[in-house]
Design a protein around this ligand. Sequence first.
Ligand code: NAD
Length: 339
Amino acid sequence: MPAAPDKPVLLTGASGNLGRVLARELTALGWTLRLTDLAPFPDPLPERASFTRMDLADGVGLLRLAEGCGAILHFGGISVEQPFGTVLGPNIQGLYHVYEAARREGARVIFASSNHSIGFHERPQGNAAKLDVDCAFRPDGFYGLSKAYGELMGRTYWDKHGVENVNFRIGSCFPEPTEARMLATWLSFADLVRLCEAAVTAPRSGHCVIWACSNNPASFWGRDHRDRIGWQPRGQCGSVPRQGRPHHLGQPGDRALPGRRLHRDRLFPRQALGGGCLRSRLSRAPRQRARSCSARPGGKRRCCPGRAPPSPGCPAAAPRCWRPCRSAPTRMRASPAPS
Ligand SMILES: NC(=O)c1ccc[n+]([C@@H]2O[C@H](COP(=O)([O-])OP(=O)(O)OC[C@H]3O[C@@H](n4cnc5c(N)ncnc54)[C@H](O)[C@@H]3O)[C@@H](O)[C@H]2O)c1
């Protein structure tokens, strides 16, 4: 386990889903954290942590907060698709403030980017090559566009000012996978914490981009720069076709982290996914997928535009898009999940 960083680390978005996990777990590892967010910090303040309520729009405030910090974990901002005007301030201007603070302090930036920066790539099928991290940006909305911009901002600040930065293209970071796509994209909390440790404590990083997902056999992401910081995920999300009951597999550390167990057979109940083996359901012929796409109003629905007709009224009906249909309430989550 790497030693705790010598200098304090600034964490933006500390009151968010991932920020709260990082605040708890990194302080438990002996890190000194400066937490900040627009929203109040909802948990008891961990030892060795301070909290400042602040908008990312406050550039001077960020400069002050970052004073003496060795790294900035930038997890704050808009985390779902929103209109351009909503994304612009926090995700573009706020990011600029973070980079200016890092430049002044000589700090490394760890940026929570997203798979939505490349969301319009086709999902590789069969033996097709996996997507490497240097594939072209193909953002699937204003949110994804802001993440692509964030990664490019990192590129510029490294090339021009020598500000090191590690960009996590996060898949789906939740306590446990909640939908079929996460068989490929899930990142366990424990792997996220280890990734942050590696990104902050690596002797050198330069500018690097990492597919932030666990060791999922179904992953469609290929090469990245993880060797530069010495990170290897240990969590895993898989399925057991013979028993016909998909489940994900965790490491001991993964089970311990959020105070919840990774249950083997509980996550994809037959009635929610139409029964049978999840992997074989995903590889069925397009006609069958089309049927499952529009089945069960109010239940789990998924659009496969380009391969199957989208659900009625689905806003995601763009070519090559493969994502959950947000037009109907799902049983598994009430609001759009950050991704
Ligand atoms: N959770 C995932 O699966 C996932 C996947 C891909 C990328 N990410 C990225 O990781 C980061 C954290 O994700 P999350 O799930 O914790 O999101 P979240 O929405 O729970 O947290 C984001 C936090 O940013 C804060 N924030 C928003 N606007 C702000 C502003 N103007 N000033 C200061 N703070 C502001 C919010 O109050 C919130 O607490 C986000 O950048 C998100 O885009 C997450």
